[in-house]
Design a protein around this ligand. Structure first.
Ligand code: NA7
Length: 541
């Protein structure tokens, strides 16, 4: 049917593809689809590109993956023209980089900013998706790609009394532009994940008094961030081909990590030496022993105890050190945090740690936070409380597939997908790095590029072969979910209250939402599926 003719009369915009989200994934998706000659529009709530990196502009925001690999590999021109200034780039530099890429590829002309996608409804007759936006647009397209991000829907816990607080309130993932004045002020931070740690270590020197409200202590290891020297930049630029190859072949997509598998077969002294040397060199070297630690409790216990001892070595007050020391979950089963002076902050006289396990927050008052019958007076209260991760941004959109079936309803007992990319009853809906992809435990850039390339190639195949739709088949989804669960069952992940498990959001179904079998084996599986005529998908002529 010629639906574009029909829609013209109703003032509807007709395209080939809609992309939701102008972050790292949406930007590259737009580029790939435009290269194929498709009419594409990207929608994003933010005023600029960057997704999570647009919004997460809190003081000290920094990537926990090395810049030379946390970047696009698809264009040699881009990687040669761009120069990273630090091994682990800060948010302003990453956002500048993403804007540089947007300029270079002239992406903005096909992006509608400050425009939220409210709904995406599938028409079985037209075999197309209709999207309604906050800007009042109705857009119809054959393909709808959700590049909504894994860490893009902020979690703002429902603590009674927040409205009464007379001071300033911030959430790390919705930080306003410009400088926040902390000088001499009493600042409270709720949350001690990666974000809380970065924020705390950054603002501690300038605040008057800092109160850290901690529910679960983190395992934080030294980032050992460094400036990139001219020699290092030259070395990186001349070896990018190898760097990228290594990262695509690495279990976590992070080729810079020193491989140190098989630790458990080494004598105890050698394992200790590995941990000591890794600690001195920083994240890349220390974390080389993952994922072995995920799968082996004995090795995990050893690494965890090593980190605990380092915390005790730094933090002078024994009670504070004990409160900061994680004891009830395995290292790496919540995403490991990188620190740059975090534990030293607790030796500063102006810093106070409130252990919420002993003194839970009762409510927020006009003046501050009431926890364990003590009121902590504050001028500024910061929520570093994370995200409704992986599914949050998708579920906020009213997505309805075949027969009006809602994605929200389909996932009410936990998300189910085929390869993290698609779900039955939602034809031509592609979910980028969706639930059960390996992305959240991996380097997002290669994971995103792999997904974008797979989706772009799939759309090219559909068009070339005259297929109207592609749709995941129930049985294939079930097999994939069984595999995801089987692999997770061999690890220690299921025991932790992590965002990988949906456990950080009250009421969210508890389920592993990430594939732990490694990025290369996942990529291989996706490639095999495509090579075998999109095995596990139904193709409609
Ligand atoms: P995380 O890792 O989810 O950390 C959120 C922190 O906030 C964590 O310490 C939580 O404690 C704490 N939290 C959440 N809700 C509450 C309430 N209601 N009361 C007290 N404390 C609370 O998010 P981040 O933003 O730090 O990092 C997300 C990812 O970004 C990270 O994994 C990296 O990949 C980059 P909990 O542990 O749940 O007890």
């Amino acid at each position: 049917m010629n639906y574009s003719q029909d829609y013209k009369q109703k003032n509807v915009i007709v395209l080939d593809a809609i992309v939701v989200g102008a972050g790292v994934g949406g930007m590259y998706m737009l580029h790939r689809l435009r290269e194929q000659g498709l009419k594409v529009r990207v929608f994003d709530d933010a005023p600029g590109v960057g997704g999570t990196w647009y919004w997460n502009r809190y003081p000290g925001a920094r990537c926990d993956v090395a810049s030379t690999e946390y970047s696009y590999s698809f264009s040699d021109e881009i990687q040669q023209e761009w120069t990273w200034s630090e091994e682990f780039a800060g948010q302003p530099e990453i956002l500048r980089y993403l804007n540089f890429v947007a300029d270079k590829l002239n992406l903005r002309s096909d992006i509608s900013f400050e425009t939220r996608v409210l709904s995406a409804i599938y028409s079985e007759n037209a075999k197309s998706w209709t999207v309604e936006t906050s800007g009042g647009d109705t857009v119809v397209a054959k393909y709808c790609i959700m590049a909504t991000g894994n860490l893009s829907s902020p979690h703002f816990p429902d603590i009674p009394g927040l409205r009464n607080f007379k001071g300033e309130v911030y959430h790390s993932a919705r930080w306003p532009e410009g400088q926040t004045q902390f000088g001499g002020k009493r600042v409270g931070v709720i949350g001690t994940g990666s974000t809380g740690i970065q924020l705390i270590q950054t603002i501690a020197p300038s605040v008057g008094h800092l109160t850290v409200f901690q529910r679960t202590p983190a395992y934080a290891i030294p980032a050992k961030n460094q400036a990139m020297t001219a020699e290092r930049v030259a070395e990186v630029k001349s070896t990018y081909a190898e760097i990228r190859k290594r990262s695509f072949e690495h279990y976590l997509g992070m080729g810079y990590m020193t491989a140190q598998m098989g630790l458990r077969h080494l004598p105890r002294e050698e394992r200790d030496r590995h941990y000591h040397e890794g600690w001195k060199k920083g994240a890349g070297a220390f974390m080389g022993c993952f994922p072995e630690l995920w799968f082996n409790k004995e090795e995990n216990d050893l690494a965890a105890e090593f980190i605990r001892q380092r915390i005790r070595n730094v933090v002078v007050d024994k009670n504070v050190a004990a409160a900061l020391t994680p004891t009830d979950y395995h290292v790496g089963t919540k995403r490991i945090c990188l620190e740059m002076g975090y534990y030293d902050v607790f030796n500063q006289p102006n810093t106070e740690l409130v252990d919420l396990r002993k003194s839970p927050i009762e409510r927020i008052t006009e003046n501050g936070v009431l926890a364990g019958e003590m009121e902590y007076p504050l001028d500024i209260l910061i929520f570093a409380t994370g995200f409704d991760a992986i599914t949050g941004a998708l579920i906020r959109i009213d997505i309805r597939g075949r027969g009006g079936k809602s994605l929200q309803e389909a996932w009410k007992n936990g998300p189910r997908t085929y390869l993290g990319l698609a779900a039955p009853d939602f034809p031509n809906l592609f979910i980028m790095n969706g639930p059960t992809s390996p992305s959240p435990v991996s380097n997002f850039f290669p994971a995103i590029e792999q997904n974008v390339d797979w989706i772009a190639d799939c759309i090219a195949f559909l068009r070339e072969s005259g297929r109207q739709t592609i749709e995941a088949v129930d049985a294939a989804q079930q097999r994939w979910m069984d595999h995801v669960n089987e692999v997770a069952g061999q690890t220690l992940f299921l025991t932790a209250n992590s965002w990988f498990m949906g456990a950080n959001i009250p009421g969210k179904a508890r389920q592993i939402m990430v594939y732990l079998g490694g990025f290369p084996s996942y990529s291989q599986r996706c490639a095999d599926v495509a090579r075998n005529g999109y095995h596990g998908f139904a193709l409609d002529a």
